[in-house]
Design a binder for this molecule. Structure first.
Ligand code: AMP
Ligand code: MG
Length: 494
């Protein structure tokens, strides 16, 4: 790695004893002929990066892993975890490197490269990420943020002609991710299971001091931490369920201690509504099906609770902390789903209407985003005549069985007119995005980018950054997926 004279906005990671136990210094491995694939100017602006820095050759070299940061050495951290329900032992940042930190208007942020070469934790892997999966993560990170769903962010994506072998030979890419912290449940599991309880304590105290300071006041601060993480995770998963997002690999090493969506792999925004939908073709048992995500999140929190037990002390205190998930999650989900209907969670018929709507959608696997978008338009157009054929037709047309739809509509109208709180079209419109990153949209942008034209990646990003807006020039992106979308296979391979 050549010495660098570049002036980076990045600060080195603080060399604490905790960092020494958690992380190994690693130099990124350069790639041939690095090029920009995408840069997220909106995030650069939010981070208050120096103007034009992100477009500079200096930034390209740094974010492709082709030069060292001006200060400090990048770090790869060790973690362990449960994968598909089994203890998998030591894992770690096999292809992620912490480049440094930024002091920003959003607070202190960590900057990480994904795909910048081998680390001591690469195991059988090559330390690389392919362009295909990196575009998916880049777009989805920013799309989730725009939907108001907590997530790691994506600042930039670089590509290289370097071949990378997966099922076929693809090419390499390096994603720059940004988050207040990339600490996972798996970091806690690692130091707990390996009996390094001093490091476990230092890690928990670091996370409390930096991100959950209110837990210091709790009678048992480590139980307080478990409760706070359970609540954040409950809110996160409620948002996933409401928007129809399937994570695909909810292993404990992919669970953020901050309740962020983390490690985008075989994720999918559901097209047709199918509660048992499994988006990850490697998940043959359906462990991470859409309708199992809430329970899996609890299972993962249980693993975190077990890892924290040496600090918490009493198992009953850990169980009490976890209990909060069982109340916060259903309440958060009801509130999110009621809001999609334009109702307050306290509407006396909210639960009935949520259930009957989901049953209606499941019956024909009706397109989930499109239903909610047309529902919102129907609500807005209802005025004095909700039953007016012109107003209801676009929604009704999504169903082959009109009588089933009509039964739902009649129940809806009866229960909502009975009560003085009428459905609020404005509330519905804020909770029903017109645009989500459907698999086929990502796939179309990927296919072009693989031919050397990343224009669609930028265009798609621009639409996904304002997913509740109209974008008439991209009406098609809000429509039903083409038939070939059903055959897109997304696996763990990335
Ligand atoms: P994931 O399924 O992407 O969450 O990855 C599980 C573990 O495998 C993590 O420790 C990753 O860092 C590691 N890993 C995944 N892909 C690679 C790769 N291509 N090279 C090295 N490590 C990898
Ligand atoms: Mg992972």
């Amino acid at each position: 790695m050549p010495l660098t004279t570049a002036t980076d906005p990045l600060l080195p990671c603080q060399p604490t004893d905790l960092m020494a136990a958690l992380a190994h210094p690693v130099h990124p491995t350069p790639l041939p002929s690095p090029r920009w694939v995408a840069r997220c100017d909106a995030l650069a602006h939010e981070l208050d990066l120096p103007p034009d820095w992100l477009a500079s050759d200096d930034a390209l070299a740094l974010l492709a892993g082709n030069r060292a940061p001006a200060h400090g050495t990048p770090l790869a951290t060790v973690y362990s975890g449960h994968q598909f329900g089994q203890w998998a032992g030591q894992l770690g940042d096999g292809r992620a490197l912490l480049l440094g930190e930024l002091d920003t208007p959003l607070g202190r942020q960590e900057v990480q490269l994904k795909g910048a070469g081998l680390t001591p934790f690469s195991r059988m892997g090559d330390g690389r990420a392919v362009l295909r999966s990196s575009i998916r993560e880049y777009l989805c990170s920013e799309a989730m943020h725009a939907l108001g769903i907590p997530t790691t962010r994506a600042l930039a994506l670089t590509g290289s002609p370097q071949p990378v072998r997966r099922e076929t030979v693809e090419t390499a890419a390096v994603l720059t991710r940004v988050a207040p912290s990339f600490i996972r449940f798996g970091h806690f599991e690692h130091f707990s299971h390996s009996g390094q309880h001093g490091v476990l304590r230092a890690l928990a105290d670091h996370v409390i001091d930096r991100f959950y300071p209110a837990c210091r006041e709790a009678a048992n601060p480590h139980a307080g931490l478990l409760q706070a993480v359970s609540e954040r995770t409950a809110h996160l998963v409620a948002q996933w369920q409401a928007v129809g997002f399937c994570h695909g690999v909810m292993n404990t090493d992919n669970m953020s201690i901050l309740g962020l969506t983390l490690d985008y792999g075989p994720f999918q925004f559901m097209d047709g509504f199918h509660p048992g939908h499994v988006c990850n073709h490697s998940d043959t048992g359906g462990r991470y099906a859409y309708n199992r995500q809430p329970q899996v999140a609890y299972w993962n929190l249980f693993c975190l609770g077990q890892a924290l037990l040496p600090l918490i002390g009493e198992p009953d205190d850990a169980m009490a902390a976890l209990d909060s998930y069982q109340t916060v999650f259903p309440a958060a989900l009801t509130q999110r789903m009621a809001a999609k209907l334009g109702l307050g969670a306290d509407h006396p018929h909210a639960r009935t209407l949520i259930d009957s709507t989901l049953q209606l959608l499941a019956a024909e696997r009706t397109d989930y985003p499109l239903f909610w978008h047309r529902y919102t338009q129907w609500l807005a157009a209802q005025g004095e005549a909700p039953d007016q054929p012109q107003a209801v037709a676009p929604l009704q047309d999504l169903f082959a069985d009109h009588s089933r739809f009509d039964a739902w509509k009649n129940q809806f109208l009866e229960l909502t007119t009975q009560h003085q709180q009428a459905p609020d079209a404005n509330l519905a419109s804020k909770n029903n995005p017109k645009y989500v990153l459907r698999n086929h949209l990502a796939q179309t942008a990927i296919a072009q980018a693989e031919q050397g034209d990343a224009g669609l990646v930028a265009e798609l990003l621009a639409v996904l950054q304002t997913p509740f807006s109209a974008h008439p020039e991209h009406e098609g992106w809000a429509g039903l997926p083409p038939d070939w979308a059903a055959h897109i296979e997304i696996s763990c391979s990335s």
